[in-house]
Design a protein around this ligand. Structure first.
Ligand SMILES: [Zn+2]
Length: 404
């Protein structure tokens, strides 16, 4: 039997306990309010073990008793909910012209949402210093609220390997950069983990945890920023490929005679259906994009024929890209993010038509295409989701922990 002994234990024993703590924590997250008996019945852990694990989680202030009781046959039970009031998870998105920061509590409730204009500067050092200044302010705010930071995950547009090294982030001008390590140094070893990942991957995690299709096992998130990337969740897990470079749908060639892409090739999805194609310019100025997209939306609403024809063409190309995803991965849903969201009323009909036409499976294999409901903060929110995922998989604050 697993007990609450706190003395020295064999590593595998501690590992089993950390795993069981994570199982109970996840159950409370998904089913709160719930009783100890509910946990035992659903997880297969025996009641004494559950009591011991719950006591541990209460000690760590991850779970609390609500005092609510549920009348059942037999005696009433004390109900449990997530606590986490002393904790915060931080997500940050670095993009060409802005940095977004989001902090959530353990239950995913937002504590803070910031967006600041940002310039990557001439060097990685300058860029990191700018991001570190913003992170420091978020951490200070959390400290004022007497919250311990559980971790930070940073999203950026580029190829990030499985170790978290940024290999190629052309829009930021960053190559082979250990942004996590540099940030840790700039923050003077802040005492929490710093993870770095691609913005599409973290956007997908945000959708999986917080979006309108939260809980979907097979989901693809498409960024609609300067670049177009896909974050892929299959069987409930983010799939990054061998080295971490999956999801580069933006550079799948749709037309060998198409317009030149920023990658130097021709007719890539990004060149035909990225923001540059929407604005009919290959290199729109980052600072102007948001305003220009608003203008496109106004023109489309006013029925401007040239705008509508261009959006229809962009939607058709985007639909070709999405149909490749539908044929290859058979997701339940493909979610369009970033600047695609305000354009969704004009893009979604041609995208859906292309997917229906090009998917081999009947009804496109059940693949829905929708616009994100998370807004421009999706990747930053996904950073917080990544930190919460680490907690759910057993990296608990205080006491026994295990790396996932
Ligand atoms: Zn390309």
């Amino acid at each position: 039997m697993i007990t609450s002994t706190t003395g020295p234990q064999p590593a595998d024993f501690a590992d089993v306990r950390a795993t069981n703590l994570a199982v109970v924590l996840r159950f409370v997250r998904e089913h709160a309010p719930c009783s100890r008996a509910d946990i035992a019945a659903s997880t297969g852990l025996n009641k004494a073990t559950v009591s011991s694990l719950v006591a541990d989680l209460i000690d760590r202030r991850l779970v609390r008793e609500t005092g609510l009781t549920e009348n059942r046959v037999g005696r009433p039970a004390t109900m449990l909910v997530l606590d986490g009031s002393p904790y915060a998870a931080i997500g940050v998105e670095i993009n060409i012209d802005y940095v977004s920061a989001v902090a959530t509590d353990l239950a995913g409730e937002r504590l803070l949402t910031w967006r600041r204009s940002f310039s990557a500067g001439e060097s990685v050092n300058q860029g990191v210093a700018g991001v570190a200044a913003i992170v420091r302010r978020v951490v200070n705010r959390m400290a004022k609220e007497e919250r311990q930071v559980l971790g930070l995950a940073v999203a950026l547009p580029g190829l990030v390997d499985v170790q978290g090294t940024v290999r190629i982030a052309p829009n930021l001008g960053w190559y082979d950069a250990d942004i996590g390590g540099d940030l840790a140094k700039a923050l003077r070893d802040p005492g929490f983990t710093i993870q770095v990942d691609n913005d599409a991957n973290l956007g997908a995690l945000a959708e999986q945890r917080f979006g309108a299709h939260a809980g979907a096992g097979d989901l693809v998130y498409l960024t609609g920023e300067m670049g177009v990337g896909a974050g892929v969740i299959l069987d409930g897990r983010l799939r990054k490929g061998g080295l971490g470079y999956s999801g580069e749908i933006g550079h799948v060639q749709l037309d060998p005679d198409g317009p030149e892409c920023r990658c130097g090739r021709r007719g890539c999805l990004e060149a035909m259906a990225g923001i540059g194609a929407v604005l009919r310019r290959r290199d729109p100025s980052p600072a102007e994009i948001e305003v220009e997209i608003e203008e496109v939306v106004r023109s489309a609403r006013a029925g401007d024929e040239r705008t509508l024809a261009n959006l229809a063409a962009v939607g058709t190309s985007l639909g070709q890209g999405v149909s490749i995803i539908a044929n290859l991965l058979n997701p339940e849903v493909v979610i369009l993010g970033g600047y695609y969201v305000p354009l969704a009323p004009w893009l979604l009909p041609p995208v859906r038509a292309e997917v229906a036409d090009r998917a081999i499976a009947p009804q496109a294999g059940g693949c829905e295409v929708v616009a994100s409901t998370l807004g421009y903060d999706a990747a930053a929110l996904g950073g917080a989701a990544r930190v919460l995922d680490s907690i759910d998989s057993g990296r608990l604050p205080g006491g026994i922990s295990r790396t996932s």
